[in-house]
Write a protein that binds this ligand. Structure first.
Ligand code: NI
Length: 182
């Protein structure tokens, strides 16, 4: 297991469409474990492979459904096959530290893909989980949540995003302790 450094806004891997995996192998399962470890270390609810600089279509999520239950899984080669409704809520991204903005997304999504062992899965998600899934699938397409804001809002964030792209992290930014650069 290892914690990988999360790529920050401005990194080309965040702007590249990740490639289909096909058949998950041991290497892919190692990547999934690292994504889980990294997501946990950064206290995230989701992480896509692009965010650690790996251009394979796989993400992990760990989203609270209510006070007791969480949805935690990896999805390989995910495809959103249907969407309905709409929801608007605040989003953030481990790759865009310091930026939190309201984003409109579908309320319900049905998604297909493979688990990390290659077994086909189909999931219907709503609410927070649906939001996280759409955010992570966007990552695999090289799309970031700030792309989905109204133009005026994006304009407002321009300097902040340019600063991130220059490598200037927010003053209170704390990468997790114990991270191993790789
Ligand atoms: Ni993100």
């Amino acid at each position: 297991m290892s914690i990988r450094p999360v790529r920050i806004y401005g990194d080309p891997a965040l702007r590249t469409r990740a490639a289909e995996v096909g058949a998950p192998d041991e290497t892919l399962r190692g990547l999934v474990q690292d994504l889980r470890d990294t997501m946990k270390a950064y206290s995230g609810v989701g992480l896509a492979a692009n965010q650690v600089g790996v251009l394979h279509r796989v993400f992990v999520v760990d989203v609270p459904l209510d006070d007791e239950e969480r949805a935690a899984f990896a999805l390989v080669d995910p495809v959103i096959v249907s969407r309905s409704g709409s929801q608007r809520a605040e989003e953030g991204c481990l790759s865009i530290p310091g930026v939190w903005e309201d984003v409109t997304r579908s309320r319900v999504v049905r998604i297909t893909g493979l688990d990390e062992f290659g077994k086909p899965v189909e999931i219907e998600a709503d609410g927070y989980l649906a939001r996280a899934i759409q955010h992570e699938v966007d990552h695999l397409d090289g799309v970031l949540f700030v792309d989905r804001l109204m133009p005026l809002r994006r304009q407002f964030l321009k300097r902040q995003l340019e600063a991130l792209a220059r490598g200037e992290l927010p003053e209170d930014y704390q990468p997790p302790a114990g991270g191993e650069p790789c």
